[in-house]
Design a protein around this ligand. Structure first.
Ligand code: 6PG
Length: 248
């Protein structure tokens, strides 16, 4: 299933990308009342954003007691391994703020196998959501962050892999990653990622320009297939943007 064409917002550079992303995330995580849920992405692009969110004005503005943190994908390595997506978010953001431990829902890579981790995380998501099927009026997440690889993968959904077509499961195992680090992965599926009020892609750097161009032209790539029950925004810096785009 292809998503609706993404809305592209271009900013000047990686610092502005982090700032613009922090503002949007903060808007999504302050407007609603009650429990909130954010789904984080891994890779290097969001590091600056996470660090930024641990500082003022975000540190003071976000209702940390009410926000629950999830991950869109994880490398099957211990949480203290440098390659862990959870580990990175903890170093840059969650370990710098007094976030209640019960609000952190890391993908359990201490499970005996990728298959076990997958089942455990799916059960955790279903428990949190409180239903077996998604209701479009009541999304699982308030905001989902995404990245894109130069090959068009997003989360750990790689081009040409069967996990991309999964329509029932919320979480699946990926025995072989299509790009570095070449460790097995656990990833949310497209329908689970789509159950959100807002999906925000963060894209930075010249090495991403070609894939952004391909996504905009509708090429069949995992990132093109990502969709959202709410808003879908691609936040891209000038280096990653196709040349004719103006900066916002
Ligand atoms: C992962 C990611 C992955 C990432 C892209 C972009 O675990 O690797 O979640 O989907 O978002 O590979 O990564 P960069 O920001 O490092 O380019």
């Amino acid at each position: 299933m292809a998503g609706k064409p993404p809305h592209l917002t271009v900013v000047a550079n990686a610092d502005e990308l982090a700032e613009a992303a922090a503002q949007r995330i903060s808007a999504h995580l302050t407007q609603a009342s009650g429990r909130l849920a954010a789904c984080l992405t891994g890779g290097s692009t969001p590091e600056r954003l996470y660090k930024f969110m641990a500082t003022e004005p975000y540190r003071d503005a976000l209702p940390w007691q009410r926000i629950h943190w999830f991950w869109g994908d994880e490398r099957f390595v211990p949480h203290d391994d440098r390659r862990s997506n959870f580990g990175m978010a903890r170093r840059m953001l969650l370990g710098r703020i007094p976030v209640p431990a019960d609000n952190i829902h890391a993908i359990p890579t201490s499970a005996a196998s990728v298959a076990d981790a997958t089942l455990l995380y799916e059960a955790e998501l279903r428990r949190f959501y409180g239903a077996e099927q998604f209701n479009r009026q009541r999304p699982l997440f308030d905001v989902v962050l995404m990245g894109v690889g130069a090959d068009g993968h997003t989360a750990s959904l790689f081009p040409g892999r069967p996990e991309l077509d999964e329509s029932q499961r919320w979480v699946v195992g990926v025995p072989e990653a299509g790009l570095e680090p070449f460790v097995p992965r656990v990833t949310l599926t497209l329908p689970a990622l789509a159950s959100t009020r807002a999906m925000l892609f963060l894209v930075s750097g010249r090495s991403k320009r070609e894939v952004v161009r391909r996504v905009l032209s509708g090429a069949d790539l995992p990132a093109t297939r990502a969709y959202s029950h709410g808003e879908l925004v691609w936040l891209v810096d000038r280096d990653a943007a196709p040349e004719h785009r103006d900066v916002a």
